[in-house]
Ligand binder design. Structure first.
Ligand code: NAD
Ligand code: 9W4
Length: 481
């Protein structure tokens, strides 16, 4: 059946709208938080200073699909200072900080369509609003997180080439909402997305999931414009995984429980970058840290740092606090939960919410759940023992705290900004690029002054001796930091 604008579940585009946010009166609060972030986002501020006059993004229409937080507001203002004409939507229906969205709406540095708790219909409406300028044109550049904006354009073009896709079966609510929008869009203009895609100079992508989608498109020869993988810049991934989680895990646990970490036994499942950050943080608080690993290299690394490496079966009866950081499935299972001490705390900092077998608790009639406060549940088991689950097994640093500190995001978003400048300046091929090491080093350099780091400069003799240019790049692409 053809979806029409008369269908009540379809929300019509309104291109005259400058913003849609929860409450514009929250703007003042947002401005104050943004002002505080200036000191903590030195990379972005240095980029504004360096490129503010030149305005390398002048004339560029930029669409963003990325968590509408205070830190993102700082990114938006940076892109604005560099000359861009910006429209923004969030990439997650729960992640918008309404005071940040309000601040941007009031300042009018971007047209913004985002609020916390969007429905999926509203989410896809916001995305299309942000992709469509008042004159009906689309963006020159996209900042994407997770790939939904890129997906929108690619699906739009596919539908315009083969409208029978509109009748295909959908496998998720997201897919259905997107197809509903494309059905109406095709009814009104059979070339909208083809036209928009043709003009796009490129996308810079923030996350692993989005980057994965891009490489898939490229390997199927379906990528319609150049893409820059920001996720794999060293200054992005180290901060997002290692340094970010090293700060935000404890933040989440403490806001949720007020627990004293010193002297407790903390079990960290997975010793990748996230696990390394979590284990180091817990050790720093004076906790006894046990690690579980499947990879002998990471297990050996954990042992070299003085952590005891055990299996979850061994760890379950010993731990007071459990943190999963593997990206794997059912790492803490029901049988482990049954072995845990009374009032053990369990939480997850890995991407998906199935690292802890929550279904064991949800589907167990003998397990009784009492909600202590939002994101903190006490489950009492048949044994009479209880366990405390944080954020329902979802990312504890986002569910129970506000994610990474601004300084972490300054690194990610400096990479995003340099990627946008590169896409604006250079005519790249329809491939997935990573940022060259020079720019990765540049992002690091932009953060040094704020930390009073005094970098050593090689002499010409030293540079000749090593065969490394005086101003970098300092390492080969194979170097592991
Ligand atoms: P990684 O691949 O470097 O590390 C994961 C580690 O878990 C690996 O060493 C792997 O060998 C180990 N592992 C896998 N299955 C295991 C099992 N059954 N038991 C024990 N260990 C096991 O990945 P990473 O960069 O450390 O990221 C881990 C997860 O954290 C991912 O899901 C990632 O998306 C997520 N992440 C979360 C945040 C956040 O802010 N919450 C930030 C970055 C990444
Ligand atoms: N946030 C988020 C917040 C709440 C929330 C269903 C109800 C990620 C990165 C950055 O995902 C983010 N609540 C959820 S999902 C969810 C997600 N649910 C699930 O049931 C509750 C998120 C990046 N970032 C920082 O880390 C700091 N500033 C940033 O911009 C932000 C948010």
């Amino acid at each position: 059946m053809l979806k029409s604008t008369k269908d009540p579940s379809y929300i019509e585009l309104n291109l005259d709208l400058k913003y849609k946010v929860k409450n514009i009166e929250l703007a003042q609060e947002g401005h104050k938080d943004m002002q505080l972030s200036e000191k903590e986002m030195p990379g972005l501020m240095a980029i504004r200073e360096k490129y503010g006059k030149e305005k390398p993004l002048k004339g560029m229409k930029i669409m963003g699909s990325l968590h509408m937080t205070i830190q993102t507001a700082m990114l938006i203002d940076t892109l604005y200072e560099l000359g861009a004409d910006i429209r923004w939507a969030t990439c997650n229906i729960f992640s918008t900080q309404d005071h940040a969205a309000a601040a941007i709406a009031e300042k009018d540095t971007a047209a913004v369509f985002a609020w916390k708790g969007e429905s999926l219909e509203e989410f896809w409406w916001c995305t299309e609003q942000a992709l469509t300028w008042p004159d009906g044109s689309g963006p020159d550049l996209i900042v994407d997180d997770g790939g939904d904006a890129t997906l929108f354009v690619h699906q739009g073009v596919k539908v315009e080439k083969n409208p029978s896709i509109l009748d295909s079966e959908t496998h998720s609510q997201d897919e259905k909402c997107l197809l509903d929008r494309l059905r109406v869009s095709y009814g009104e203009d059979t070339e909208k997305w083809t036209r928009i895609a043709k003009k796009i100079r490129g996308v810079s992508e923030e996350t692993t999931t989005g980057v994965h989608r891009l490489y898939q498109l490229a390997s199927n020869n379906e990528l319609l414009f150049p893409a820059i993988n920001v996720n794999d810049s060293v200054t992005k991934s180290k901060f997002d995984n290692l340094y970010g989680c090293r700060e935000s895990l404890a933040d989440g646990i403490k806001r949720a429980t007020d627990v004293m970490l010193a002297g407790k036994t903390v079990v960290v499942a997975g010793y990748g970058d996230v696990g390394k950050g979590c284990a180091a943080s817990m050790k720093g608080y004076g906790a006894i840290v046990l690690v579980t690993e499947i990879d002998p290299i990471c297990a050996l690394q954990a042992a070299m740092e003085g952590f005891e490496v055990v299996t979850m079966e061994e760890a379950a009866p010993r731990g007071d606090i459990f943190v999963t950081a593997t990206g794997n499935y059912h790492v803490i299972k029901g049988e482990h939960i049954e072995q845990m001490k009374d009032e053990s705390i369990i939480c997850n900092i890995g991407h998906f919410d199935n690292e802890i077998e929550m279904s064991y608790l949800d589907n167990n009639p003998t397990a009784v759940k009492i909600n202590i406060r939002p994101q903190v549940d006490k489950w009492t088991l048949a044994s009479g023992r209880s366990i405390i689950v944080l954020a329902e097994g979802r990312l504890v640093n986002l569910g129970c705290a506000t994610g990474h500190p601004s300084f972490v995001m300054s690194n990610s978003f400096s990479n995003q900004t340099l990627a946008q400048i590169k896409l604006a300046k250079e005519n790249l091929e329809k491939k997935v690029y990573t940022l060259p090491k020079e720019l990765d080093e540049e992002v690091a350099r932009l953060h040094l002054k704020n930390l009073s780091v005094n970098l050593t400069k090689m002499t010409q003799e030293q540079s000749d001796y090593l065969g490394i240019p005086m101003n970098g790049p300092f390492k080969s692409d194979l170097y592991r930091y």
